[in-house]
Design a protein around this ligand. Sequence first.
Ligand SMILES: [Fe+2]
Ligand SMILES: [Fe+2]
Length: 306
Amino acid sequence: MDGLVEHRVGSSRVRVDPEAIQIEEVAEGSRPFRALYEHWERHQWSPFATDFSTDAATFAALDETTRAGLVLVFAHRFHAEFNVAALLAPFLLAAPDYEVQLLLATQVADEHRHIESVLRVYSDVFGVDGGIEAVKALADAQLDPVAATLYQALDGVVRALEASRDEDSFLKAVVAYHLIGEGSIGRANQNFVADQFDRIGSFPGLREAQRLAVRDEVRHIGIGVSYARRRLTRDGAYARALIDEIVEGFDALGHNLVEHATPDVVDRFVGAYGAAPATLWAEVLRQLHLRLRSIGISDVRGARTA
Ligand SMILES: [Fe+2]
Ligand SMILES: [Fe+2]
């Protein structure tokens, strides 16, 4: 993928994207939570400000298959933003202290803004009228078993916060949601989507809306990285075991999904992202390793995730 740079992580040099360096620099600072909040204050944007006129013309001129692929990308994006926005409520209630609570409050606002931005793409680029109900119905009809299973697993970890708001449940939810959902699946998806926009035509509005959302997402990942780092520093092996439990479960689930992806699901992913599930999965794992290194884990268990 373009834009990768050589970067020293721990004792080795790895290829990372610039956003990964940004996350790491914040997390390693003396006041990471304050720095993330100040970043949020400095980087406000409006989903109404993007000009989608060129994008609408490009979309209208695409052939039907390419158009369907692009709509599928946004169905995935809609589900991601919609689920994430709903799941933040239990996080907010379980925040272990004020500074984490403050950041989660900013994230609640961000994720709802992202939904609004996606709704604008549906109305102004795809020509879908009827607001969120119409978009949700359309996106639900396109949900594939791979995405559905991943959401279900991650949701389950976060939903545990509804019954127990202790710090260990909170850590596991942060690993599932901020490090895996946003930090690995989300980052991998954003990289493939950006390449795909460029491949199929001129989409300056989609690129701009994506750039703004990704800037927010990098900050959200920074919240998770900073919190998990703090727990590892405080609680050592005990926190490590909680993190490993979630990472290993996700690793096994992902491998299983890729291995058993049916030919029609493979075709749909190739049509939408220009890559098969196995290629996407390799990038998800690369991102996951970067996130784990950022929190201080470089000896990831489970040899399959090399
Ligand atoms: Fe988002
Ligand atoms: Fe996010």
